[in-house]
Design a protein around this ligand. Structure first.
Ligand SMILES: [Zn+2]
Ligand SMILES: [Zn+2]
Length: 357
């Protein structure tokens, strides 16, 4: 194993030992095997799934087994590498893809590795082998999914590549093209990532909807043409008026709020596309099928991402996607509880909360 210096025998960790409770502790330091890389974690973004695990010990998708390490949106420095690792060396600054697909199944072989049934995904308990989360000072990763970041990209920005990849995948899946009009439901971090991706793709007419006035204002500052606090006929007519009476080409839902989704369907033009990417809080929802059918709306979903990290690094490096702007709060790991509290706030100008070692 090649390493910069002798490593300590333990690493700091913020362990979730039951719902709503962290223990700040030390856990054993892992050692990088031949094709493994030891990462010194720098920044970790807090995601909606982290909040579900933290507050409720699980989500519709997965239940946590305690003790558990949260965190899958991370950046870090390569600390040590196994003897078979060629692409990165100690000292490299990297963004880390938290899912490690099997590489051999039908999906992995055809470029849709986000659908790999054998993926091991950081901090996501449904998958085996279990892959720990990033709420620890050092973490072991396979020598796959590590993307070097240039000096001009900060660790905090690099930690935002994971949610940005979700947004980029959704925009790609929706087939967004220059000149289109889009409506984004919600103004949370993923919604903002979609907005920034659309703007970078030359899409000027983006409308956003959220019940929180400060978030709507932030969306406008980040480039939305107009932010709405509701989506009734008044707003739908405004979108129609801006599109020669036709309506929007695309709707992206990040809210999983069915009444709003059905309103948004009314804002779509015939042949438009509805892309759903919020994690559903229940199995079944009721959509306005008559409207979807008679207007020939295509309903799409987008799950995580495949092959987006490299592109995301370039978009951030070139300044086309100013991803740092979605970060509204930052905390040291010693104050992880405060970070979770802040990220859970349903009021005010909270978008992305980042925790730093
Ligand atoms: Zn996430
Ligand atoms: Zn696979």
């Amino acid at each position: 194993m090649k390493e910069k210096e002798r490593l300590p025998r333990t690493r700091r960790a913020v362990l979730l030992d039951r719902a709503g409770h962290f223990v700040h502790t030390e856990i054993p330091m892992p050692k990088a095997a031949d094709h493994e890389v030891l990462i010194r974690v720098q920044s970790v973004g807090i995601c909606g799934s982290d909040l579900n695990y933290y507050h409720k010990g699980g989500s519709t998708i997965a239940q946590v087994r305690f003790p558990h390490l949260l965190g899958h949106e991370l950046s870090g420095t390569v600390e040590a590498v196994g003897s078979g690792v060629k692409d990165v060396s100690p000292g490299d600054r990297v963004a880390i893809e938290p899912g490690y697909p099997c590489g051999t199944c039908e999906y992995c072989r055809t470029g849709t590795y986000n659908l790999c049934p054998e993926v091991s995904f950081m901090s996501t308990p449904i998958y085996r082998p279990y892959s720990e989360g990033a709420f620890t000072e050092y973490t072991l990763r396979p020598d796959w999914g590590l993307y070097k970041i240039p000096a001009s990209v900060s660790y905090e920005e690099a930690a935002m590549i994971e949610p940005l990849a979700v947004g980029m995948q959704a925009v790609e899946t929706a087939g967004a093209r220059e000149g289109m009009t889009a409506v984004i439901l919600g103004c949370g971090p993923i919604a903002m990532c979609i907005l920034l991706t659309l703007r970078a793709a030359g899409i000027a007419k983006v409308y956003m909807v959220d019940v929180l006035a400060e978030r709507v204002k932030m969306a406008e500052e980040l480039g939305a043409r107009k932010g709405f606090l509701k989506l009734d006929m008044e707003e739908i007519n405004q979108i129609a008026g801006d599109t020669r009476g036709l309506g929007a080409d695309l709707v992206f839902d990040t809210t999983d709020y069915t009444p709003l989704i059905n309103q948004a369907v009314l804002s779509l033009k015939k042949g438009g596309r509805l892309l759903l990417l919020a994690v559903p809080h229940q199995e079944m929802i009721s959509l306005n099928m008559l409207r979807l059918f008679t207007n020939q709306i295509t309903v799409l979903t987008s799950f995580r991402y495949a092959n987006q990290f490299e592109k995301a690094v370039r978009q951030i490096e070139s300044g086309r996607i100013p991803i740092g702007k979605i970060i509204t709060h930052r905390f040291p790991f010693e104050e992880a509880e405060r970070a979770m509290e802040q990220a859970s706030k349903k009021s005010g100008r909270t978008c992305k909360v980042v925790v730093n070692w």
